[in-house]
Design a protein around this ligand. Structure first.
Ligand SMILES: Cc1cc2nc3c(=O)[nH]c(=O)nc-3n(C[C@H](O)[C@H](O)[C@H](O)COP(=O)(O)OP(=O)(O)OC[C@H]3O[C@@H](n4cnc5c(N)ncnc54)[C@H](O)[C@@H]3O)c2cc1C
Length: 569
């Protein structure tokens, strides 16, 4: 039982609580601390090593114009075009306009952006009208971004850090968020954190799917935390599938989306099992270049597989056999040796690739200050919804993490400065503390198996191509699982209690899966990453966003007009 006296509650006070130490959380922490506030930066994993940022491989899109003339307005045009009419234009503009500042600041902090003749060099990526993507060679962008931010966080005064601290619920008092309740995983101790401003920077939700590029911490916690705290979400139906996730042969110790940088640099060819280059059948002729956007490539591969023209493991072939070993080595040096250790010689063989869940366009609704509808609650990074609309442009996610993180840190600091006294009310934390204390073992529910079942349900019913029948089946399964999981925590409450962790993960994952499914059922058209086989094509009357709230009867959706730049003026 979780009522053991060794689990005495730990209490912490801070100006600003930041939940999640990826790119967004760390940038927010640095900015808030520079503004003179005390920051408590927490992560359920290790600080700066837990989420997507450290896994991201290559591209950071930003209109630096260092090699080719560019302006943020061109980047914005491409972002809006990729978003298929649904981007929150205010957020998209912020991302594009402030991206260069963050990238230059990262440069000054020593991230090591690749350079040619002294200038930061920029690669071309699909959907961009010119070379616009900075990177750190070889496949090292995310690790370098994380390492740089970790270094600055460590050197910055006023930032306290805690890893292995899993935030379970936000705490509200007088309709404001005033902090959170967390579980200290190594000891099982409950922790309450009183904060004048709370920033959710928990990343995305791709762990909901069987095949994904995620770490195990990306089950959509932030969306669930925000929903339960009363903040609405937007665009939850838009999950981006990365078209060329690695499928076969077995690849150990390398990232499943590692083929993207190869494609940026060398093009590469996509073939079906009959040896045909098939993207032209879906409207894009590649001719060895990498020009097919993610949604179109996902569609093309899935349709080829359905038509019986897929590769043996159910995807497509990706081939670099037209490139010489010298070209491959000069583009990817040490990576070629790592592939050789996996018995992959790209000059002699293609690899098999297939779509995997990769990024979430939806998320918590925020204004340009990254403030949500609930006072005291801010959001940053992939947890924010709306900037990418129905489809994200390549390379925009890290830029978003940095820009929105910086903004959230600034706004949180301003708010905290105005507040003289903590409004944390221990009574408001009681329900979550009781949930932790009341955990019990149950033999009839295997929480780990249920996570796998939910991932299969989402992959089969709420994947890249959807129908009403599939979505309804998925929703019924999610409701059944929610009933089975129940509202009493399962576990012993001891140190590193993985069963308890799985139960809390399921609690969040089921809530978020339900929101994605309900929104996908409601959107009766196909747009960007949301493809309904029973409603093909974009419809002008669906050029609107869907807001989702947690109500007494479950998830309630409201259609709202798309936020334009004009609305911001
Ligand atoms: C394999 C991969 C490759 C990618 N490549 C690129 C790329 O090349 N270019 C690009 O622009 N984008 C890329 N992306 C997307 C991009 O990396 C992410 O969108 C971005 O890094 C998200 O940053 P973030 O700070 O919002 O979240 P994350 O970096 O995911 O950090 C979130 C943090 O929150 C923590 N957390 C979650 N829930 C809780 C909780 N309840 N309590 C405490 N802590 C919590 C997690 O442990 C994690 O450390 C890639 C993503 C992946 C997975």
């Amino acid at each position: 039982m979780g009522t053991d006296p060794k689990h005495a509650e730990v209490r912490i006070e801070t100006d600003i609580l930041i939940i999640g130490a990826g790119g967004a959380g760390m940038y927010a922490a640095i900015e808030a601390a520079r503004a003179g506030r005390d920051v408590f930066l927490v992560d359920r994993s290790l600080i700066g090593r837990g989420g997507a940022t450290v896994m991201a491989q290559m591209t950071v899109a930003v209109a630096l114009g260092s090699e080719t003339p560019d302006h943020w307005s061109h980047h914005l045009d491409d972002t809006l075009e990729a978003g298929r009419g649904l981007c929150d234009e205010r957020l998209a503009r912020l991302l594009c306009e402030e991206g260069p500042h963050c990238i230059r600041e990262m440069d000054a902090w020593g991230v090591g952006w690749a350079r040619k003749d002294g200038r930061i060099t920029q690669a071309f990526a699909p959907g961009h009208d010119r070379p616009r993507c900075t990177y750190v060679d070889f496949l090292n962008t995310g690790p370098a971004v994380s390492k740089t931010l970790r270094g600055v966080v460590t050197r910055t005064k006023n930032i306290r850090k805690a890893g292995d601290l899993f935030v379970i619920d936000l705490v509200r008092a007088d309709d404001e968020v005033v902090g959170a309740v967390a579980l200290h995983l190594p000891t099982g101790a409950p922790v309450t954190i009183a904060a004048k401003a709370t920033i959710v920077a928990t990343g995305g939700l791709t762990r909901l799917y069987r095949r994904n590029s995620a770490s195990s911490n990306m089950g959509g916690d932030g969306y669930a935390l925000a929903l339960r705290a009363g903040a609405p979400l937007i665009d939850m139906e838009f999950v981006q599938f990365f078209p060329i996730g690695h499928l076969a042969p077995r690849l150990i110790g390398m990232d499943p989306i590692m083929w993207d940088p190869f494609r940026y640099k060398l093009g590469g060819k996509l073939f079906n099992r009959d040896g045909e280059e098939f993207t032209a059948r879906y409207g894009v002729s590649e001719d060895g270049r990498y020009v097919t956007t993610r949604d179109v490539a996902t569609y093309a591969i899935v349709k080829e597989v359905e038509a019986g023209r897929g590769s043996p493991h159910g995807g497509a072939y990706l081939s670099f056999q037209h490139c010489s070993e010298t070209e491959l080595r000069s583009a990817f040096g040490p990576v070629i040796d790592r592939l050789a250790k996996n018995d992959i010689d790209l000059t002699k063989m293609p690899v098999e690739v297939a779509p995997i869940a990769h990024y979430h366009m939806g998320g918590v609704i925020a204004d340009e200050r990254m403030e949500t509808e609930v006072p005291g609650l801010l959001v940053a990074g992939e947890a924010v919804g709306g900037a990418s609309g129905a489809n994200r442009l390549s390379g925009n996610a890290i830029t978003e993490a940095l820009v929105f993180g910086r903004r959230a840190g600034l706004s949180g600091a301003e708010r905290a400065k105005e507040i003289t006294k903590h409004a944390f009310d221990p009574r408001a934390a009681r329900a979550t503390l009781d949930l932790l204390a009341g955990c019990t073992r149950r033999k009839d529910v295997n929480t780990a198996a249920m996570i796998a079942k939910l991932q299969a349900t989402m992959a089969d019913g709420v994947g890249p191509f959807r129908t009403e029948a599939k979505l309804k089946r998925a929703l019924t399964a999610i409701e059944d699982m929610t009933a089975t999981v129940g509202d009493r925590a399962i576990g012993s409450g001891g140190p590193f209690d993985l069963e308890l962790l799985d139960w809390f993960d399921l609690r969040n994952m089921l809530a978020v899966a339900r929101t994605v499914t309900v929104a996908a059922l409601a959107r009766k058209e196909s747009r960007g990453a949301h493809q309904r086989e029973d409603f093909p094509g974009m419809l002008p009357q669906w050029r609107l966003n869907q807001q989702a709230r947690l109500g007494a009867d479950g998830i309630a959706l409201t259609p709202v007009p798309v936020a334009t730049q004009a609305a911001a003026q």
